[in-house]
Design a protein. Structure first.
Lengths: 350, 339
């Protein structure tokens, strides 16, 4: 017996098409999805807890406008370098040479201005150009010779640092000599007071840079290309993106930002020291990782890096005010890194 | 054929002889790093002395502070090269000891420069600054300069790092003792209970660390500070920037240790009140002399009286001398500063 009344059968089958099981997510899964969509939420929460925690331990001295502005000053250099590092890590790369580029550029600015007597704006330009050149070397080695970024920048780290020692002759240029001959180089250290807070040009520069990079990454084609290249380079190429050009541009921009950090460094310490910034590469990676940017590329937000740098700064400052031995500060930062990377692995599984 | 070979050998030997005579032996120098101006100057001092005495200097350095492996390798290379002796500033005073023992068994004279080995007699001799004395000098000077104010002065202590290496501890505790503070255990930083101490923070011995540490201690004390001890002059320069940012640079006294040229210039300009100068060039040149002497006569250098090392001296540099403490002016200091 065949039933030719197809309409009736169809009606009997019900009108619903393909559907999913209604989702009954546990708290953990919902948190996982939330963090997947908002990767900066976790570090922001840690920052909030740290600020409240230190307020309870140390008291109002910690939460004063002056002290909080001080924390911003203290993270200025790592924050600026962190912008460069975030950019590189978003492309699934890493830049170990950032600290060496910064010191080399600061030495070039200082020596050309003070020892060669060039006008300060020219010395500054030379420093920024040197940063671009260092970044271009990294970028060309990575895109033309296809060397892995880790190895490339490990090598150029040594090279740039050796050039720094050779050119600086391991000599420090004192703050007082810079002030009389090239005051512009110390401009980043100029500060003004606002509602009890002390804000330096360096801090402002850092905040402007974060905002500018946030805009570039989220609202320009170049920014979207950076994310695409980091997320899946083959797909990006199929979509018509010249990934080599994107990578090269990323390393050059990172180099220029490091030179900017060099200027901020001179502003902060007053002098030009070839010994400075030796841990800046690892510190910047720490800020990026705590800030929730994935080391596997393509995921993360620039604002997270600022938060990551602030978390480290708040721990350093808060523990010092509480009179805690410095080794526990190292311990705490280590725990934060592990927690941040573990969180990243977890939310990747969504 | 055989004859020709033999004469060729003789010719080669005769060519070699004058070369060997020119360099009467190899002296090895192993520094902690080749970045710190202190070690750069040390190397210059050793090179000048080696040239003067007609020996060959071979220098090595760790890659970074704390790098023991590179120094072990350097010791092995120098033993293999048949060096007469080794001058070393150990990155790890304990871990390097077995390698040093091998060198001494092979007949080399080993002199520790600047940083003693642990135990100190693992080396044939140690040429170093008396770091406790260096700290004591600036402590005594600060107490005398502050006069009656010393009794209720607020003191910030800017140390090196969390490891509490011997140089760090000796300078810190020496300063406190010189100032007249009960240091309790003089092997431990921070066990003091004197209310005058605001706190101890670390600087990594550089400008940025000095500035951050000073800022944090100022916050801790509510802005009150009269006297700042710094592990070295770059840290002092950083601390000065922090004080300048809050307009306190005129009323706070900074003391330091090292005697680098930028530091001595800072004494002249009133940035630092006083510093204890040490003499890296002297350590190195005396070390080379001792090894050459040992190669000639087998005589080993002796320690200073009452110390387990040979004291290469420390001098107080200040433009505000006080009664009863011998000191030199910044201008005199500029003639013998290093780096």
């Amino acid at each position: 017996m065949s039933n030719d009344n197809f309409e009736a059968v169809a009606e009997a089958a019900g009108g619903s098409v393909a559907s999913f099981e209604p989702e009954h997510l546990g708290f953990g899964e919902r948190l996982q999805r939330f963090l997947h969509n908002y990767p900066t939420a976790a570090p922001a929460f840690v920052l909030l807890v740290a600020v409240v925690g230190f307020y309870l331990i140390v008291g109002s001295r910690f939460l004063s406008a002056f002290n909080l502005s001080l924390v911003f000053q203290q993270v200025t250099i790592i924050g600026i370098i962190g912008v460069a590092q975030t950019l590189v890590i978003l492309t699934a790369g890493i830049d170990l040479s950032v600290g060496a580029i910064m010191v080399l550029c600061s030495v070039i600015m200082g020596r050309t201005a003070v020892l060669m007597g060039l006008p300060a704006p020219l010395a500054l330009m030379l420093g920024l150009l040197a940063g671009a050149a260092c970044g271009a070397i990294n970028g060309l080695l990575i895109t033309r010779l296809r060397l892995p970024p880790f190895i490339t920048t490990l090598g150029t780290w040594s090279i740039f640092f050796a050039l720094n020692l050779w050119y600086s002759e391991s000599e420090t240029i004192r703050s007082q000599d810079l002030a009389t001959q090239a005051g512009l180089l110390q401009w980043m250290g100029v500060s003004f007071n606002m509602a009890g807070a002390r804000i330096t040009m360096g801090t402002l520069t850092m905040l402007v840079l974060f905002f500018g990079m946030w805009f570039a990454l989220n609202h320009t084609p170049w920014g979207r290309h950076v994310y695409a290249t980091g997320d899946d380079p083959q797909a990006a190429q199929l979509a018509g993106i010249n990934t080599d050009r994107v990578l090269l541009s990323v390393y050059i921009v990172a180099g220029v930002i490091c030179a900017l950090a060099a200027w901020a460094l001179i502003g902060r310490i007053g002098s030009v020291s070839p010994q400075a910034g030796q841990s800046a590469n690892l510190d910047s990676i720490t800020a990026v990782v705590i800030g929730g940017t994935s080391l596997f590329g393509g995921r993360g937000a620039i604002a997270g890096t600022l938060i990551g740098a602030l978390v480290v700064g708040v721990f350093r400052n808060g523990l010092a005010l509480a009179g805690v031995d410095v080794l526990w500060q190292e311990f705490a930062i280590g725990l934060l890194i592990i927690t941040a990377v573990a969180t990243d692995q977890w939310i990747r599984r969504v | 054929m055989l004859k020709r070979n033999a004469s060729a050998l003789a010719l080669a030997a005769s060519l070699l002889v004058p070369v060997a005579a020119q360099a009467e032996g190899i002296v090895g120098l192993i520094t902690k790093t080749n970045t710190n101006p202190f070690f750069v100057k040390m190397k210059e001092g050793a090179e000048a002395k080696a040239k003067e005495l007609g020996v060959e200097l071979r220098s090595f350095a760790g890659k970074i502070d704390g790098d023991n492996e590179s120094q072990v390798e350097a010791v092995e290379n120098l033993i293999a090269a048949g060096a007469k002796g080794i001058l070393i500033t150990p990155n790890d005073s304990k871990a390097i000891v077995p390698s040093i023992a091998k060198a001494r068994e092979a007949g080399l004279l080993v002199i520790a420069l600047d940083t003693p080995l642990e135990p100190a007699d693992a080396a044939d001799a140690t040429f170093a600054t008396d770091n406790f004395k260096a700290g004591e000098l600036i402590g005594e000077w600060a107490a005398a300069t502050l006069g009656d104010k010393a009794r209720d002065a607020s003191i910030a202590m800017l140390d090196l790092n969390a490891n509490e290496v011997s140089v760090d501890v000796l300078r810190d505790q020496g300063f406190l003792k010189g100032f007249g503070i009960d240091v309790k255990d003089d092997k431990d930083i921070g066990d003091e209970e004197d209310a005058r101490i605001i706190g101890h923070d670390v600087t990594d011995g550089n400008e940025e660390g000095g500035r951050t540490a000073m800022e944090n201690l100022l916050q801790k004390s509510g802005g009150e500070v009269d006297l700042v001890y710094t592990i070295n002059e770059p840290a002092a320069a950083g601390a000065y920037e922090a004080l300048k940012a809050v307009g306190k640079e005129k009323e706070v006294l900074i003391v330091s240790i090292d005697g680098g040229c930028p530091g001595v210039k800072n004494i002249k300009e009133g940035v630092i009140g006083a510093t204890s100068m040490q003499f890296p060039l002297l350590m190195a040149s005396m070390g080379v002399e001792a090894i050459v002497e040992f190669a000639k006569s087998g005589k080993k250098p002796e320690n200073s009286e009452g110390l387990d090392f040979f004291n290469t001296g420390v001098e107080l540099i200040t433009d505000a001398p006080v009664d009863g403490i011998e000191s030199q002016t910044a201008d005199q200091g500029l003639e013998k500063c290093w780096g």
